[in-house]
Ligand binder design. Structure first.
Ligand SMILES: [Zn+2]
Length: 342
């Protein structure tokens, strides 16, 4: 019989997880208590909030909730806790490698400035690696709602901190604002410095935003990218170039990009040969973590254990993990598959 192996034991890499969004809901409540922050009801009800980010008001509401949660991270010990718990949650879900994404600018005011903020974050990652054993790295992400010059500063900083665990440069927030090419200089700085290019695209806007990421930012990975499914030629291009799409099914449904889990075009991308790395995006707001994304592939898209193993391999190959780490994870995937299916 198929479909009975535990996906939380399937070794995989997690390439799309935002910093504050990775927080445990219980930790958010404790931190809010610690600082006397009154959280919006949507963050305290114990149920993932209903969001409709396909219109700008819905996206704004999502950002406001995110900001409220972020405002509870005020001291280095809060950052240490967040990162350690993100690593623990990932390990529980079978992750062997986590790349967490952060815009240090938005933490800078409470942590003493941009440099101290990034240092505190990278220290926390080093500690979490040591304490949990999970391989972990950082993507520094610029905010496309801000001025491209800020993104350049961030790219230079990201390059400078490469030996401290920064592996890539991203671009997040509302795809409907600004053009990818406004950020081409920042991405050139990041790429020339040896970082991988992993902007968000093809989530809130269609295939053209994915093309822009490829043409203007020379993306080697795309955050989301699911809307590429609307353009067969683009799918071929992604497949030919081996550009990994960091697909986050639960997020897509929570934000209204797709109505139901079965509408997320996992099959279309998979059959087209586009490598995918399933990710949780913001578990705090969307209510599910990494293994749950593989469950969606299994239950809503009929992925067999062989196919789930292939998804896991794609996540590993799309990661910035060193060769020996990748090899160990890939052989773990084979072991999972050859193990008992009961
Ligand atoms: Zn994202």
């Amino acid at each position: 019989m198929e479909r009975v192996r535990d996906v939380s034991e399937l070794p995989k890499a997690h390439l799309h997880l935002h910093f504050t969004g990775s927080m445990r809901p219980t930790t958010l409540l404790e931190l809010a208590d610690k600082y006397g922050v009154r959280l919006p009801d949507a963050l305290t009800s114990g149920e993932p909030p209903k969001l409709r980010a396909t219109d700008e008001r819905g996206w704004f509401r999502f950002q406001r909730l995110y900001d409220a949660a972020r405002s509870c991270l005020r001291e280095p010990e809060d950052i240490q806790r967040l990162v350690r718990e993100a690593a623990e949650e990932d390990l529980k879900d079978g992750s062997g490698w986590l790349e967490i994404q952060v815009d240090p600018t938005s933490y800078a005011p409470r942590l003493g400035g941009l440099l101290p903020a990034l240092e505190i974050i990278l220290d926390a990652v080093e500690t979490a690696i040591r304490e949990t054993g999970l391989g972990m790295r950082v993507l520094v992400a610029a905010n496309r709602m801000k001025h491209p010059l800020e993104a350049r500063t961030l790219a230079r900083l990201a390059v400078r901190y490469q030996d401290r665990g920064v592996v890539g440069f991203g671009l997040s927030n509302d795809e409907r604002r600004g053009m990818a090419r406004d950020f081409d200089r920042a991405f050139a700085i990041a790429r020339d410095g040896g970082l991988l290019s992993a902007p968000h695209g093809g989530e809130l806007t269609g295939p053209s935003s994915v093309r822009d990421c490829l043409d203007d930012l020379h993306a080697t990975r795309i955050g989301h990218g699911v809307r590429a499914a609307e353009d067969p030629r683009l799918l071929r291009r992604l497949a030919d170039r081996g550009v990994t799409c960091e697909v986050c099914p639960a997020s897509n449904v929570a934000l209204g990009v797709y109505e139901k889990p079965e509408d997320v075009p996992l099959r279309t991308l998979f059959e087209a040969g586009v490598p995918m790395a399933l990710g949780a995006d913001d578990p705090l707001l969307f209510g599910s973590r990494l293994a749950a994304q593989y469950e969606i592939a299994r239950h809503h898209h009929g992925f067999t254990d062989e196919e789930l193993a292939e998804l896991a391999r794609q996540s590993v190959r799309g990661s910035a993990a060193p060769q020996d780490v990748q090899a160990a994870l890939l052989s773990g995937v084979d072991d999972w598959l050859s193990g008992p299916a009961a």
